[in-house]
Design a protein around this ligand. Structure first.
Ligand code: ATP
Ligand code: MG
Length: 347
């Protein structure tokens, strides 16, 4: 068992015992519709935690769209698509807070003292930022790209979240958030802790691959959206990258593409990837893709139906955001006051 898996097991036990001691913050960039990587990487966990009684904050990170492109195109449409996805998978706005980053000025103010707590060398080392720079659509790397993990620390700490259900790409950012919380407490806490050091909670699919065999991402044209039609899903999966070996086996280290497809079918069917692999065996990649397509379409059918219903009610989407922004603003204002007092800015 890896250290991350061991920590996950401890966290799950603590959550089951006392869900009320946890507050979750997670979110997404409004760069397109959510996909299966999001669902099995983090969304499923968000709803599960909410339903266990954990308080859930979901941030729509609109400022962060500008990290890897010059202009945030179709922002309103993308934001509303995200809210639709959240409602369809079961995020309940009566219990959970869905809000947009840019509507919470006090949250962004936290970034300034946080920036002072990290070195340029630390920012330079971040492997996820390096990968994102490699896939960036910008001609030059902006300051926002370079500093967005600090922005993300403010996203998490403004509401004092102590649990963050994320995919694997977020682990370096979570580590930085923990460092910032610790340094702030050491420097300004006067012996107490202003901020918790939040834990990442990984799912059993922390890195689902897209149809091209790299991380499934909204911006890479390799994803299967939750909202895709059954036919579109079939077409995309038919074109998914596999390998030249006919016999299907589950081996994530040497056969990442085939194994990611097996994992996807297994998660939809509630079985292990090994079981799915044994069943397909020598029937080969075409049979694997057929199984994955059927499993995904069956699993997503009720989510897709709910999404289509919510899409009829745009007022509900806007109301959800208005109320969420108000709740998030109150939390951010309270934290900012506390931070300013800790830093002796009383005026
Ligand atoms: P973009 O390409 O615009 O960056 P994205 O698909 O990477 O989009 P984000 O909004 O950056 O999505 O990430 C939202 C959350 O979903 C994060 O917690 C991230 O870890 C998780 N996530 C994204 N892609 C995957 C994936 N392929 N497998 C598992 N988790 C994922
Ligand atoms: Mg991303």
């Amino acid at each position: 068992m890896s250290a991350a898996q061991a920590r996950n097991a401890v966290l799950e036990e603590l959550i089951a015992k006392d869900p009320k001691q946890f507050r979750v913050l997670t979110g997404d960039r409004p760069t397109g519709r959510l996909h299966l990587g999001h669902y099995f990487g983090t969304l499923h966990n968000r709803v599960r935690l909410q339903d266990l009684g954990v308080e859930l904050f979901v941030i729509i990170a609109d400022y962060q769209v500008l990290t890897d492109r010059d202009v945030a195109d179709n922002l309103t449409e993308h934001v509303e698509e995200l809210v639709l996805d959240y409602l369809a998978i079961g995020v309940d706005p009566a219990r959970s807070t869905i809000f947009t980053h840019s509507a919470i000025p006090a949250l962004n103010q936290l970034m300034l003292p946080f920036l002072s707590l990290v070195s340029v060398a630390e920012l330079n080392r971040n492997p996820t930022v390096k990968d994102e720079i490699a896939h960036s659509r910008q001609s030059a790397v902006s300051g926002l790209m370079f500093t967005y993990p600090v922005h993300q620390a403010a996203d998490i700490l403004f509401c004092k979240a102590n649990l963050v259900p994320v995919g694997q790409d977020q682990l370096p950012h979570l580590e930085l958030t923990r460092t910032i919380a610790r340094r702030f407490n050491d420097r300004y806490g006067k012996g107490g802790a202003v901020f918790p050091q939040p834990d990442a909670l990984l799912s059993s699919a922390p890195l689902l691959l897209g149809t091209d065999g790299t991380k499934m991402s909204k911006s890479r044209g390799n994803s299967i959206a939750l909202a895709a039609s059954a036919d579109e899903t079939a077409r995309l999966l038919k074109g998914a990258k596999t390998d030249s070996e006919r016999h299907i086996t589950y081996d994530p280290a040497t056969r990442p593409e085939v194994s990611s497809l097996l994992l996807l079918a297994a998660l939809c069917q509630g079985r292990t990837p090994q079981e799915v692999a044994d069943e397909i065996g020598s029937a080969g990649a075409a049979a694997l893709k057929k199984t994955v397509t059927e499993s995904v379409n069956e699993y997503l059918a009720p989510i897709r139906a709910r999404r289509a219903e919510y899409a009829q009610d745009r007022d509900l989407l806007r109301q959800t955001l208005r109320e969420g922004n108000e709740r998030a603003r109150a939390a951010a204002d309270a934290t900012l006051s506390e931070v300013r007092a800790a830093m002796n800015s009383h005026y």
